[in-house]
Design a protein around this ligand. Structure first.
Ligand code: NAD
Length: 260
């Protein structure tokens, strides 16, 4: 009997990461649910949801800004689940501040979590793919802010532009080994991240809570806020046999906000 394919999803305790983990499980993958240790309870809940779908799952603690921790998480996933085929470098944070107020510490923090993590995740995954003789899939979290800079989200936009650059470069470097590297670029997704962005924008521009979110949603052609499941569908495609000839792409999944 051959083992099922295995995917590790970072930041999978909640939000978009959770939806991706569940969708890939429904597609037939066994899943390593990776998140920070304080998210363990939520992560174990996602593990139980995956097991209810008839797939194997484990929770692994990893701060993605640490190369050692993401490498250990990949090792644990492969050891406990028996293969390693896909990494989804999903974990990320937002910062909501005018450029003139961003501190060096804040820049370091957002780049460690949103950018260094993607490089470390790629390094750890490629080492494992090569060890196991797997042609792997690497899927990174970009954003509409990877395509266009957004005001008051300058550091976040810079970090997501960087993810786009890494995705394009890594796709070309890793193509000779048969690994593909792509990224998903969501728009306005109703998760904890947008709760925070809306709250901070309110403090900065004085609009009532919810109004900044609503104004952004009003600009979406398909006329509704994005659901984590909308993003998961694109990740499912990138992880599937149908995407075998797709690499280096950053796919907008934003309901019609940006057109490129
Ligand atoms: P979220 O805040 O709901 O969830 C993020 C998850 O990442 C949490 O479980 C958190 O614990 C985890 N995480 C944070 N820092 C981590 C670290 N250092 N190590 C490991 N895990 C860590 O956010 P979300 O909306 O689900 O966002 C997921 C990804 O999608 C992010 O990369 C985000 O930038 C991107 N994205 C989100 C939106 C949106 O509108 N929500 C839009 C575009 C892109």
């Amino acid at each position: 009997m051959t083992n099922s394919k295995v995917a590790l999803v970072t930041g999978a305790g909640q939000g978009i990461g959770r939806a991706i983990a569940l969708k890939l499980a429904a597609d037939g993958f066994d899943i390593a649910v990776a998140d920070l240790s304080f998210q363990q309870e939520k992560g174990e809940g996602v593990v139980r949801e995956i097991e209810a779908l008839g797939r194997k799952a484990v929770f692994v603690t990893a701060d993605v800004s640490s190369k050692d921790e993401i490498t250990a998480a990949v090792d644990t996933a492969a050891e406990k689940l028996g293969s390693f085929d896909v990494i989804v470098n999903n974990a990320g944070i937002a910062q909501v501040k005018p450029i003139s107020e961003i501190t060096g510490e804040e820049l370091d923090k957002i780049f460690r979590i949103n950018v260094n993590s993607v490089v470390f995740g790629i390094q750890a995954a490629v080492a494992k793919f090569d060890e196991l003789g797997v042609k792997g899939r690497i899927i990174n979290a970009a954003s509409i802010a990877a395509i266009q800079g957004f005001p008051i989200l300058g550091a976040y936009s810079a970090s997501k532009f960087a993810v786009r650059g890494i995705t394009q470069a890594a796709a070309q470097e890793l193509a000779p080994k048969g690994h593909t590297v792509n990224a998903y670029a969501p728009g306005i997704v109703g998760t904890g991240m947008w709760d925070l962005i809306d709250e901070r924008l309110s403090e900065i521009n004085g609009k009532p809570r919810g109004q900044n979110l609503q104004e952004n949603v009003d600009s979406i052609a398909l006329g509704r806020i994005e659901k984590p499941e909308d993003v998961a569908g694109v990740v499912s495609f990138f992880a599937s046999d149908n995407a075998g000839y797709v690499t280096g792409q950053v796919l907008l999944v934003d309901g019609g906000m940006l057109y490129n």
